[in-house]
Design a protein around this ligand. Structure first.
Ligand code: ACO
Length: 329
């Protein structure tokens, strides 16, 4: 049994936060943000939760898959901005909103690599015949865990959700070729929400030090990200005997234009192969890859059989890559 990517869907909240808006909030400029990150705008939730956005993305993915909702037998949601701190999981909230009961549902916490971890999980469950139709989601309300007085992080992140249906198939032609996931916890404090977990429970001090928000060693993270992603993507291509000319689209996690263009140019990918959405959405963590695939789909650029090369890097550190043909029914 193999696993195939049947469909894609996404949702972004309507409110847009521009670089000009951020100029009014912190000591920054449109010029600095554009030059250092490539970001111009990001979408921000007003009254929606992570599971609200995940549900909207999931409904699109389900409708486009042609697979009945009741045939879904597993829900996996990647997120670092869950609706609730410990429980219930955001996947359970999405199951409730989709009116899907008696289906296993759980979250994955792998920061910006979350969608690739969810894809690896769906593939493993399907190949071991424990599931047939898995709904995977990357959904983030990062604006709720971003400190809008910290100019080094608040300019980067946005909200949104993406979802996909991964289904069982016996046809090797349409199968996900490979998914690779990895992590190295020695970098745990490069990207961290230091307070309000069980390590440092929420109290007046943690709140005063704004430790429930994202803290990042940006420059150090940048350097490890470029090096790790370049070798990770080279490895997955080499292992599977696939050349860059076989890739229809390279869909990297959208953290920073400079990171994704450095990886793309190290691999000598053509401009038209590289999918860039960071300018519009900023960094939406686990949602960024499915949102970018959805943009391709809605622009009519994605055809059956197109081979996608995915890669991501994020807090933990975690990283991963995948070779995935688009295989609608
Ligand atoms: N506006 C103006 N100046 C700023 C801003 C800002 N918003 N932010 C920082 N600066 C200043 C700094 O204070 C510093 O000033 P100094 O030289 O006087 O000390 C200067 O700009 C340079 O700062 P750096 O941090 O070295 O800037 P850099 O070029 O590294 O860009 C950035 C920062 C955009 C954060 C970059 O390092 C980056 O993208 N890092 C990686 C992010 C990433 O990949 N994260 C992983 C995924 S996220 C996840 O998992 C949730």
């Amino acid at each position: 049994m193999y696993a195939a990517l049947r469909s894609i869907g996404a949702y972004v909240p309507p409110k847009i936060l521009t670089n000009k808006d951020l100029e009014q909030m912190v000591d920054t400029s449109d010029e600095w943000i554009t030059k250092r990150t490539g970001i111009k705008t990001r979408h921000i939730c007003e009254d929606e939760s992570t599971s609200d956005m995940g549900t909207k993305a999931a409904l699109k993915a389900i409708e486009r898959s042609g697979i009945p909702k009741d045939a879904i037998d597993m829900i996996v949601c990647a997120t670092i901005s869950p609706d609730y701190f410990c429980m219930p999981s955001t996947a359970c909230m999405i199951a409730k909103k989709l009116d899907l009961s008696h289906v296993p549902a759980f979250d994955i916490s792998a920061a910006c690599t979350g969608f690739i971890y969810a894809l690896a999980t769906a593939k493993a469950f399907i190949e071991s015949k424990m599931a047939r139709n898995v709904l995977i989601i990357g959904a983030e309300r990062l604006s709720a865990i971003v400190d809008y007085s910290d100019r080094t992080t608040c300019i980067l992140f946005g909200d949104g959700a993406g979802a996909a249906i991964v289904s069982a198939t016996e046809d090797k032609q349409e199968a996900i070729v490979d998914v690779h996931i990895e992590a190295d916890g020695k970098y745990y404090d490069y990207l961290i929400t230091p307070g309000c977990g069980t390590n440092k429970p929420c109290d007046e001090e943690t709140l005063k030090r704004r430790e429930c928000f994202i803290h990042m060693k940006g420059n150090e993270t940048f350097k490890v990200a470029v090096k790790t992603l370049t070798s990770d993507v080279r490895d997955i291509l080499e292992k599977n005997g696939i050349g860059t000319e076989d890739i229809a689209y390279f869909v990297p996690h959208q953290a920073n234009y400079r990171i994704l263009s450095a990886v793309a140019s190290a691999l000598k990918l053509k401009e038209e192969q590289v999918v860039v959405t960071v300018d519009k959405y900023g960094n939406t963590s686990s949602a960024s890859i499915p949102m970018a695939i959805n943009d391709l789909y809605e622009a009519g650029k994605l055809s059956k059989g197109d081979l996608l090369l995915l890669d991501a890097f994020g807090g933990g550190f975690t990283w991963g890559s995948a070779l995935v043909p688009f295989a609608p029914l």
